[in-house]
Design a protein around this ligand. Structure first.
Ligand SMILES: NC(=O)c1ccc[n+]([C@@H]2O[C@H](COP(=O)([O-])OP(=O)(O)OC[C@H]3O[C@@H](n4cnc5c(N)ncnc54)[C@H](OP(=O)(O)O)[C@@H]3O)[C@@H](O)[C@H]2O)c1
Length: 252
């Protein structure tokens, strides 16, 4: 076990999109990044790309819906580093393809229980499970940080506002409500950990050009990792139990 006081981060879904970009941001800030990827070849490729930029990065095979991977990740982090400083719950799933496609969505009337289960399994249940599995390692950090990568599409306040331009058209029930549930996890976990140094926040990265965001998204990929990285690097005076976007709190 040797890391000379360097912070250790685990990021799920770090082989592409915002996960890779967040790993890059954290790596450039001097953090050691352990990059979870369902596909080991894709993970190795992404980690090697970051290493070529001088970042301390390594990939680990990690599928959120594979419980065995949760245990293996715990053992890997415990054996190599003896703790975890930053957990970025980034990986997510949507039935819709990408958010630039304004074709028909799986609405509350059409999605069905299997679509809900499939979405919640990745975006909520296994995020809960992984976080609880890794919590003993986060408790060993002097300043544990948990970032739940959510979405403005999980905001009940905005969905309940018929005038809201952001969410009035995009009513994918499975994806949006899975992020609402993730936000509830943020609030409850931050409360449960309020007497510890651990901070737990939800991030809305913005609408970013990734496979999930699609080509109509308003932000370039290079901007997309900034909110998650900032929450991962909060100092002791930073917030906990908040829903944040580029340093501003946004409505639950
Ligand atoms: N892009 C946006 O505009 C936007 C806006 C708001 C919120 N977000 C959130 O930001 C996060 C990242 O989104 P993105 O745009 O980067 O998405 P993306 O380009 O579709 O990438 C998703 C990542 O999650 C991984 N993943 C999916 N299911 C997984 C599983 N079961 N286990 C492990 N990894 C899994 C994917 O792995 P594979 O490569 O193996 O498929 C991929 O690495 C998500 O939480 C998303 O909801 C994105």
């Amino acid at each position: 076990m040797s890391n000379n006081g360097q912070k250790i981060a685990f990021i799920s879904g770090a082989n592409r999109g915002l996960g890779l970009e967040t790993a890059r941001e954290l790596g450039l800030a001097g953090v050691k990044v352990v990059m979870g990827s369902r596909n080991p070849t894709a993970g190795d490729h992404a980690a090697s790309e970051l290493r070529n930029q001088g970042i301390d990065a390594e990939a680990i095979k990690f599928d959120l819906v594979n419980k065995g991977d949760h245990g293996l990740l715990y053992e890997y982090l415990k054996t190599r580093y003896g703790r975890l400083d930053i957990l970025v719950n980034n990986a997510a799933f949507t039935l819709e393809g990408n958010a630039s496609d304004l074709g028909p969505h799986n609405t509350v009337l059409t999605v069905g229980i299997e679509g809900l289960r499939e979405t919640y399994d990745v975006n909520f249940f296994n995020v809960y499970d992984l976080t609880l599995t890794l919590l003993p390692l986060l408790r060993l950090s002097q300043a544990g940080r948990i970032v739940n990568v959510s979405s403005i599409l999980g905001s009940l306040t905005l969905h309940a506002d018929p005038q809201s331009p952001l969410v009035s058209e995009y009513k994918s029930f499975a994806y949006g409500s899975s992020k609402t549930a993730l936000n509830a996890f943020t609030i409850y976990l931050a409360h449960a950990l309020r007497d510890t140094p651990i901070k737990v926040n939800s991030a809305h990265p913005g609408w970013v050009k990734t496979d999930l965001g699609g080509s109509n998204a308003t932000l370039e990929l290079s901007e997309g990792g900034k909110t998650s990285a900032a929450l991962a690097l909060l100092d002791e005076n930073g917030p906990t139990g908040k829903f944040m976007h580029f340093g501003e709190t946004i409505p639950w």
